[in-house]
Design a protein around this ligand. Structure first.
Ligand SMILES: *Cc1c(COP(=O)(O)O)cnc(C)c1O
Length: 399
């Protein structure tokens, strides 16, 4: 058992239930659970397995290394990877039966070389930039790449299984660009089919459109943040509005508790000054652990929320590298070692990742994803602790 005085408790039962909820919301589409960036900080392999148990038939990752880590961990679901630069280990990915996105003409050439080196056909999804202005082929470049892919398909080098895109304004449901982008993808797919393509899946929806717009579900949906029980559209209400449960709780043990007189400055620069005799608590997590420095309490405004003994308090003063302070109040009975919740399910009014995002001027994605590597992840399922055997197995495989 780790002696680190804080941890992220990840509820795999919540991940499984969220996957089921998302599958029910998009009954005509296949479910791709997006587990890039170490499953948004929750832990790649345990989350991937729970998502598959919850009905995901696909897993989505940005980097090729993430796709290979899934295979090294024994995950057999379909995997799509979509972000790489020239020289990426694509032959390894093809050999590991990973689907590859093709977002540029050079990428198709490299995938074809990789497939020849691996000795079997590469499954590809052509990515179309329908308006986001990020990765993907412009609609102008698409026909030539589709024709070349079909030529390679006839030679048995690739299989053109998917066509896909990503939305610019998904977090603004009803924005006119959403259906315009959806229509462009449908038209691009129809044009490619007229040239001879036979797609298995057309896909454009991430969490926001999975939750709010069935017209964009197409053949497959790609939710990430919703799988973790957080919402990309907090303006519509909390995760419970969609039947989602936040999977991560970050908690710490108080490293010190002591009395301070009125008028005492707290933390670097004394941006908080005790308004009365009080009890100060020291929480052993800081910006090295992903606590945003923008969540400091300063200029009279409280910092990000903290739950202590059923009370809702806030960060007092500056966030430091390894610690933050909390004014526990004059009547506090806490002692060193008592539990502080930074964020969790929000049940009983407790603090949430969304509350942290609001305090730091960011989105909940960044709060969970930037949780530091130093913070141990502990897995629970149905209230019981489970070993993170997946992570260990990968570490052993690498050693
Ligand atoms: C990250 C990502 C997703 C998942 O987005 P969420 O908003 O977290 O659901 C889906 N598709 C692509 C291309 C992504 O980069």
């Amino acid at each position: 058992m780790s002696r680190f005085p804080a941890r992220a408790v990840v509820d795999l039962g919540a991940v499984r239930a969220n996957a089921r909820t998302l599958g029910d919301l998009a009954p005509t589409a296949q479910l791709m659970a997006v587990v890039k960036a170490d499953a948004y900080g929750h832990g790649l392999l345990p989350v991937a397995r729970a998502a598959v148990e919850g009905g995901a038939t696909w897993l989505g990752v940005a980097q090729v290394s993430e796709a290979l880590a899934l295979r090294a961990g024994g995950v057999t679901a379909r995997v799509l990877t979509w972000l790489y630069a020239p020289g990426a280990p694509l032959a390894e990915a093809v050999a590991a039966d990973v689907d590859l996105s093709v977002a540029a003409p050079w990428a198709l050439r490299e995938v074809a070389d990789a497939a020849r080196a691996a000795g079997h056909a590469a499954r590809i999804h052509v990515k179309v930039d329908t308006g986001l202005g990020r990765n993907g082929l412009t609609p102008d470049d698409l026909p030539a790449v589709v024709d070349e892919a079909l030529r390679l398909e006839a030679q048995g080098v690739v299989r053109l299984v998917g066509i896909w895109s990503h939305l610019a304004f998904a977090d603004e449901p009803g924005h006119p660009s959403l259906h315009a982008q959806g229509d462009l993808l449908r038209a691009a797919a129809a044009d490619a089919e007229a040239r001879g393509a036979r797609f298995e899946v057309r896909h454009i929806a991430a969490s926001a459109s999975t939750l709010t717009d069935p017209e964009l579900h197409l053949d497959l949906v790609r939710p990430g943040i919703a799988l973790y029980g957080l919402t990309p559209v907090p303006q519509l209400g909390g995760p419970e509005r969609f039947g989602l449960v936040p999977a991560m709780t970050v908690e710490a043990e108080l490293a010190n508790v002591k009395r301070l007189p009125a008028g005492h400055g707290v933390s670097y620069g004394h941006h908080y000054v005790t308004p009365r005799d009080t009890v100060l608590g020291v929480v052993p997590l800081g910006y090295a652990d992903g606590v945003p420095r923008h969540a400091s309490g300063q200029d009279g405004a409280p910092g990000a929320p903290l739950g202590v003994g059923g009370r809702r308090l806030a960060i007092a003063g500056r966030v430091c590298m390894d610690q933050v302070m909390v004014d526990l109040g004059p009547g506090a009975t806490e002692r060193a070692g008592d539990r502080v919740v930074l964020f969790g399910t929000g049940a009983d009014g407790g603090p949430t990742a969304q509350g942290w995002a609001d305090a730091a001027g960011t989105i909940s994605y960044e709060i969970v994803t930037r949780l530091g590597a130093r913070v141990p992840r502990v897995y629970v399922d149905g209230g019981r602790e489970v070993p993170a055997s997946g992570a260990e197995r990968v570490a052993e495989g690498v050693a």
